[in-house]
Ligand binder design. Structure first.
Ligand code: 9D3
Length: 234
């Protein structure tokens, strides 16, 4: 799968994809990430990408012309264009799965106080947020999409069976959180690993783990219980 990223900070992506599962996927040639400097599509001496907002107010707004020019130059036929924005639809595992089935994605990262709305309306196919908190731009959000999508691709290490049981991977998204995990030592600073996990009774362990996952979900994410996808497997 090929990711193209339009940004004013292409160097910001030097680090995050060099490690772990995504790093391996890139090394194996299963994923490519190409960054594109938005300022390459400006024509003035100062490489201006922002301007003052119509109607007044704080901060600067990203101009449409460089964004349209960049996307029109970079976009391959059929490639989906995603604008990362705090005003977007929340990103979910179901969306990650859908995008992983496509040959590529073009990610637009905003900076400043906002982006000319014509980009969301007429250039991007989707406007996506990664959660209800304020970032200083779309770059880290784009990195989240690349990570979440890449690890689902066929041939990427670890996705054959192990991801099927992970947090949020129930079909359609919301499910139960993962069960808690422990490893050696069986006692650490006086804190003991639950006895049931040490006794080798796998029927009992399975039952205990489902209950522990349900308890943790109720405590940490009651919204997942209320939104209901938990019928199967309980
Ligand atoms: C309320 C006025 N602004 C906050 C100081 C609005 C605002 C402008 C620009 C909020 C965020 C941003 C920059 N954020 C993103 O580009 C962004 C984002 C986010 O902030 N949260 C979650 N997902 C995303 S995706 C892109």
């Amino acid at each position: 799968m090929n990711f193209d990223i339009v940004t004013i900070f292409p160097d910001l992506f030097d680090g995050p994809f060099r490690y772990g599962v995504v790093g391996k996927a890139i090394e194996a040639g299963l994923v490519t990430v190409a960054t594109h400097n938005l300022r390459d599509w400006t024509h003035d001496r100062h490489k201006t990408v922002d301007d003052r907002p119509f109607g007044g107010g704080e901060g600067m707004v990203m101009k449409p012309e460089p964004l349209f020019a960049a996307v029109e130059a970079v976009k391959k036929p059929g490639q989906r264009v995603v604008l990362l924005s705090a005003q977007g639809r929340p990103f979910t595992q179901a969306m990650a799965r859908q995008f992983a089935a496509e040959p590529g994605l073009l990610l637009i990262c905003g900076r400043y106080e906002g982006i000319d709305e014509r980009v969301a309306e007429h250039l991007a196919d989707e406007e996506i947020s990664v959660g209800d908190f304020v970032l200083s731009g779309g770059e880290l959000a784009a990195a989240i999409l690349v990570d979440a999508i890449s690890r689902l691709l066929p041939g990427v290490v670890g996705n054959e069976a192990s991801t099927v049981h992970e947090s949020f991977s129930g079909e359609g998204g919301a499910h139960l959180l993962d069960t808690p995990h422990w490893t050696r030592p069986a006692e650490f600073r006086g804190w003991k690993v639950p006895e049931v996990l040490l006794n080798g009774n796998h029927a009992e362990i399975g039952k205990w783990r489902r209950r522990a996952a349900l308890e943790k979900t109720i405590r940490m994410r009651p919204d997942l219980i209320e939104s209901g996808t938990l019928e199967r497997e309980t």
